[in-house]
Design a protein around this ligand. Structure first.
Ligand code: SF4
Length: 308
C-alpha cells in the first residue's frame, strides 16, 4: 500500500506538455443547487500539481503519475471566445485551477502569461489564476489591463507545515502577493480549507493580520472561506499517501454532496471566526463568500454573502 503512495508522489514530479483535447471550459464540477455557488467557470489548462497537500482531492482522480499542461493557448482561447460571445452581457470569471495550480508550473510552461495577454483583450471575461506558489515573476511585466485576478490559497503556518507539503511558506506567498499587487493586479484571497487543530483561532487571526499587511486592501477583489472536505473513499488514500496526517482523525459527517466535513456547529464557528478576524484587519468590506457550503450554513455565517 505504501509503495503505491510513493509512486503517486514521485509521479507528480514529471511534467508533460499536451495538446488541448475536447472541451476545456466548463462550470465548476461541484455545482449543486443545495450548495452556495460562486458561478465560476473553469478552464482546464493543467492536470495535477507539483505540490503535495495531504487533503488534495486530485490524489483520488489523477493517478497516472504525470503532471500535464496544455500548451495550445490559441485553441484554448478559441473555445473561450466562442463561449463567452454567446452571452455578451454577462461577465465571466474563469479560473484555471480546477485540476491543479495556476502558477506552480509557470516557469516551465509560460502558459499563464499567454492567457493573461489574451484575457486583456476580452470585454466580458476575467481570468483568475489561483496558486499556492510564489511564482509571479513571469507575469509581473505583462499588460493585463485589470482582466486577471491573481489569487492565493492561504492557510496558517501550522497547516502549511503539516499538510501542504512542498508548497512555499506563508511568508513567500505573501511576498509574491505584494509583488503582484504592485504590478497592478487585483488579488483574490482563498482561506480554504480551514482546518481545526489546537490553537486554530490564534492561527487564523494571525493569518488575517499578516495578509492585511501584505496587500493594499483596495486591491482585494474577493475573499472565499471554506473548510476541510473530502470524498469518504479518499480517507484511505490520504492515510496511505500521507501516513503522518491528522486530517482523518476528526469527527466528520457526510453532506448532501457525499463529501465529509466537520459537524455543522464547528463549521459555523470556524466561518464566524474567520469572518470576524477578516473584518478586524481588512478594511473596505470586500466581497466574502463561502465555498462549497450549504445555504443554511451560509445564512448562519453572520454577514458572509453568498456570491452570485
Ligand atoms: S496546491 Fe492545490 S492542486 Fe496542488 S496539491 Fe495542493 S490542493 Fe492539490
Amino acid at each position: 500500500m505504501y509503495a503505491d503512495s510513493l509512486n503517486y508522489r514521485d509521479g507528480k514530479k514529471e511534467i508533460g506538455i499536451i495538446p488541448k483535447k475536447g472541451e476545456a471550459m466548463g462550470t465548476c464540477a461541484t455545482f449543486s443547487r443545495k450548495y452556495i455557488c460562486c458561478r465560476v467557470h473553469v478552464l482546464r489548462t493543467v492536470q495535477n500539481c507539483p505540490f503535495e497537500c495531504s487533503y488534495c482531492f486530485l490524489q483520488h482522480y489523477l493517478t497516472d503519475g504525470l503532471t500535464k499542461a496544455v500548451d495550445d493557448t490559441a485553441t484554448l482561447m478559441q473555445e473561450v471566445k466562442e463561449k463567452i460571445s454567446r452571452q455578451p452581457r454577462r461577465l465571466f470569471r474563469i479560473g484555471t485551477w480546477e485540476l491543479g495550480d495556476s502558477l506552480a508550473l509557470e516557469e516551465k510552461t509560460g502558459q499563464a502569461a499567454g492567457l493573461v495577454r489574451e484575457f486583456a483583450r476580452l470585454d466580458n471575461a476575467v481570468l483568475e489564476l489561483k496558486t499556492k506558489s510564489d511564482c509571479v515573476e513571469p507575469i509581473l511585466g505583462l499588460e493585463h489591463r485589470g482582466k486577471t485576478v491573481v489569487s492565493w490559497s492561504l492557510n496558517t503556518g501550522h497547516v502549511i507545515e503539516t499538510e501542504e507539503h512542498l508548497t512555499p511558506s506563508l511568508g513567500s506567498r505573501l511576498q509574491a502577493m505584494g509583488r503582484a499587487a504592485a504590478a497592478g493586479y487585483l488579488i483574490g484571497l482563498h482561506f480554504d480549507p480551514m482546518i481545526l487543530y489546537e490553537g486554530w483561532e490564534q492561527g487564523y487571526e494571525s493569518l488575517a493580520r499578516q495578509v492585511s499587511e501584505a496587500v493594499p486592501h483596495e486591491q482585494i477583489a474577493w475573499i472565499s472561506i471554506g473548510s476541510l472536505r473530502f470524498n469518504p473513499a479518499m480517507k484511505k488514500t490520504i492515510e496511505n499517501n500521507y501516513p503522518g496526517t491528522r486530517l482523518t482523525c476528526a469527527e466528520m459527517v457526510t453532506g448532501d454532496d457525499g463529501k465529509m466535513r466537520y459537524v455543522k456547529p464547528l463549521r459555523v464557528g470556524m466561518y464566524r471566526h474567520m469572518y470576524a478576524v477578516l473584518k478586524k484587519y481588512i478594511s473596505g468590506n470586500p466581497l466574502t463568500y463561502l465555498c462549497m457550503e450549504r445555504w443554511d450554513v451560509g445564512c448562519m455565517g453572520q454577514g458572509i454573502r453568498p456570491a452570485s
